[in-house]
Ligand binder design. Sequence first.
Ligand SMILES: [Zn+2]
Length: 178
Amino acid sequence: MFQKSFSKILNLFYPHLCLNCDSKLEKNYFYFCKNCLFDFSYIQPNKETTSFAVFEKTTAVDTLVKELKKQRILSITKIAAAFIVIQIFRLKWPSFDIVYPLSSLLRKDHLYYLSKETSLFLKIPMKKKQNLSQKALIVFDVLDIDKIDQIKEKLLFKKVYAIGLCFDVFFDDLDLSL
Ligand SMILES: [Zn+2]
């Protein structure tokens, strides 16, 4: 029992097992094994939309989202933010004035940290202040297609872009003409 929990703790600092399938990681692999990494393939950008996600909802992506929520591996947030930034470049969205965190600044949750890391990568400020003359980016772990338009409507910005790590539905169900 003790041995098991000790190895669990050690694995947090020096991960040698895949977070998703628990198989032993090969040399030069971190957090996810070769097989599970196949689950992380970028969705082909749809240039018309202002709400998009990085990945399809797969079990490995789901594991990444769960780890983000737990916030026990610090670099996980940076890794997720890097994926988000790459997809933003692929989407060729115009530059934003600010990253707007949906979470409260007082109760910092995983979305706060994900927004913060994304703003650091993009070198644009994160501000909890709405401004009708600015373009804002909002960052999600899971992008809920039905909710996102309601949220965007309520925000007082010139334009709001929304990016998520994955969609809340499986890709096949998505109407990409949205
Ligand atoms: Zn794996």
